[in-house]
Design a protein around this ligand. Structure first.
Ligand code: NI
Length: 173
């Protein structure tokens, strides 16, 4: 496995629509393993292929007890119930915004062998699925954020709440 370079905002690759994965080969398996390692090394909870410079529909998400790999993911259902919370992105280090997302989503995706499966996510996992799949269509959370947090707000939030760490998507620092 190897760490990949995470591209940051300003790189046009983050604005492009990704193409489906069509080859389920050793190269894909290597990319998935590299993305998992890169995400963990950066203390993230989710990473999309375009963030490592690959314009393919592939994301990895840390759901707590494992890292799920979602190849060609689609959101097949989402709750009407919403959640509003703080969100960050490894491609926009040190910044956070307030974003409203569905509380529950079901994702249909393939694994590295091409087999289809469905995965239900709630709260942070649901938020992360939405955030990462948005990356595959060239979208950043900043486009839908109600507002961005100020550094003072972040300090205050960190001091007041132990939950802060799990509320921050893609950045557990
Ligand atoms: Ni992101």
């Amino acid at each position: 496995m190897a760490l990949r370079n995470i591209v940051t905002v300003g790189d046009p690759i983050l604005t492009k629509k990704c193409r489906p994965v069509v080859k389920f080969d050793d190269r894909l398996a290597q990319l998935i393993d590299d993305m998992k390692e890169t995400m963990q090394n950066a203390n993230g909870v989710g990473l999309a292929a375009p963030q490592v410079g690959v314009l393919r529909r592939l994301v990895v998400v840390d759901v707590g007890d494992e890292i799920v790999e979602l190849v060609n993911p689609e959101i097949v259902s989402m709750s009407e119930e919403m959640q509003t919370g703080v969100e960050g992105c490894l491609s926009l280090p040190g910044e956070y915004g307030v974003v409203t997302r569905p509380m529950y989503v079901t994702v249909r995706a393939q694994d590295r062998n091409g087999d289809w499966y469905e995965y239900d996510g709630e709260e942070l996992v649901a938020r992360c699925f939405c955030h990462e799949i948005d990356h595959l269509d060239g979208h950043m959370y900043t486009e839908i954020a109600e507002r961005m947090l100020t550094p003072e707000e972040l300090e205050k939030l960190a001091a007041e709440s132990d939950d802060y760490e799990v509320e921050i998507e893609e950045d557990k620092k």
